[in-house]
Design a protein around this ligand. Structure first.
Ligand SMILES: [Zn+2]
Ligand SMILES: [Zn+2]
Length: 159
């Protein structure tokens, strides 16, 4: 693929029920596989795959999303956008990645996993059954991690 092809390539995807549909243009800026507790909870899975684009390169083609906001342990705002009908988290905006919007990696239409993973992060919380993830770099937490807020004991498995 030539450079200009990569720039103009586009990908589509959406939620489980199909009411929310989006389109992305070009290559993502950042791609991460994240084992943090927030990603485990929002996805209900062992880790999240987060594919970030510049705001202008993602368009919502159809449907409406509901939003859920919270502050992470490092006191950064995190906003999940999910389908009102089926509950699939489709996008997220993180204060630490200003100007970028994240797409939930599994929501792209097949072949869903067309991108490479740049960084595997928060491996400290990685499930034992998850094997080696193909990524350019691996981090126990991530560069912005700087706990300021006391997390609910529930998130740490304490009563
Ligand atoms: Zn839906
Ligand atoms: Zn995460």
């Amino acid at each position: 693929m030539t450079k200009s092809d990569k720039k103009s390539e586009s990908h589509e995807g959406g939620c489980l029920c199909g009411k929310v549909r989006y389109k992305t243009i070009g290559q993502p800026k950042i791609v991460g596989a994240c084992h943090c507790r927030y990603c485990q909870l929002r996805s209900g899975s062992a880790f999240g795959v987060l594919v970030y684009f510049k705001e202008a390169f993602l368009s919502l083609e159809k449907g409406e999303v509901a939003k859920y906001r919270f502050r992470s342990e490092s006191n950064f705002q995190w906003e999940n956008h999910f389908c009102r009908d089926c509950g699939t988290t489709v996008f997220f905006r993180l204060e630490v990645f200003k100007g970028l919007v994240g797409v939930a990696g599994g929501t792209f239409d097949p072949p869903a996993f067309w991108y490479d993973i740049g960084a595997e992060v928060f491996t400290r919380d990685k499930a034992d059954f998850v094997g080696c993830i193909k990524a350019k770099a691996h981090f126990s937490t991530f560069h912005y991690y700087n706990p300021k807020n006391t997390e609910s004991p529930r998130l740490k498995g304490e009563k």
